[in-house]
Design a protein around this ligand. Sequence first.
Ligand SMILES: O=P(O)(O)OC[C@H]1O[C@H](OP(=O)(O)OP(=O)(O)O)[C@H](O)[C@@H]1O
Ligand SMILES: O=c1cc[nH]c(=O)[nH]1
Ligand SMILES: [Mg+2]
Length: 209
Amino acid sequence: MDNVTVFTHPLIQHKISILRDKKTGTNEFRALIEEIAMLMGFEALRDLPLQDVEVETPIETCMTPMIAGKKMAVVPILRAGLGMVNGILALVPSAKVGHIGLYRDEVTHEPHEYYCKLPSPIEQRTIVVTDPMLATGGSAVAAVDFIKQYGGKNIKFMAIIAAPEGLKRLHEAHPDIQIYVGHLDRELNENAYICPGLGDAGDRIFGTK
Ligand SMILES: O=P(O)(O)OC[C@H]1O[C@H](OP(=O)(O)OP(=O)(O)O)[C@H](O)[C@@H]1O
Ligand SMILES: O=c1cc[nH]c(=O)[nH]1
Ligand SMILES: [Mg+2]
């Protein structure tokens, strides 16, 4: 699929396997989500624009590349996407952070919006949307719809685990965005949970149940 990257890096696969283990506690789970986001972000941000700036080394003055301007936004889908934000900010500390609040109805599995605040202006920014779980794809499609309504154009979506159904739905709804997936799982179950998955990412990050 064009514009879709499914990671195979052993460090990412190893960390995802620890996430899956139901014995992994909140502390470790939260740290792993952040580390995986950073590893995925390293690849996802390989096309960030650079500009040459003048720097004086101890030897001489030279022109050398740096990230051009403050041109990035991280937009987590609340709540679980919040867990990935610091991993991306560790790479680009100057990035602005927007928030989109969505929860999935337990019966219909449809996403419901409860919050949306994005950095303005957003048109020129590289926008990294984070959510560990891409299940039916309803939340991801709704979040990207919002960002496009606000004027966002250069959008990257990062999920740690995706179901084939959700990846297909997001790619078909928004073929122009770059999608990054840490691992593509087998399927959704009758409750629209990813199998084998890792359970409810939000509850495991924040210790709620
Ligand atoms: O692809 P979908 O079928 O839309 O499902 C994925 C969504 O479900 C989870 O959020 P949840 O509704 O559990 O909210 P939470 O992050 O607050 O726990 C997850 O973090 C995604 O946002
Ligand atoms: O498996 C799933 C599906 C949706 N949301 C989660 O947190 N986990
Ligand atoms: Mg949840």
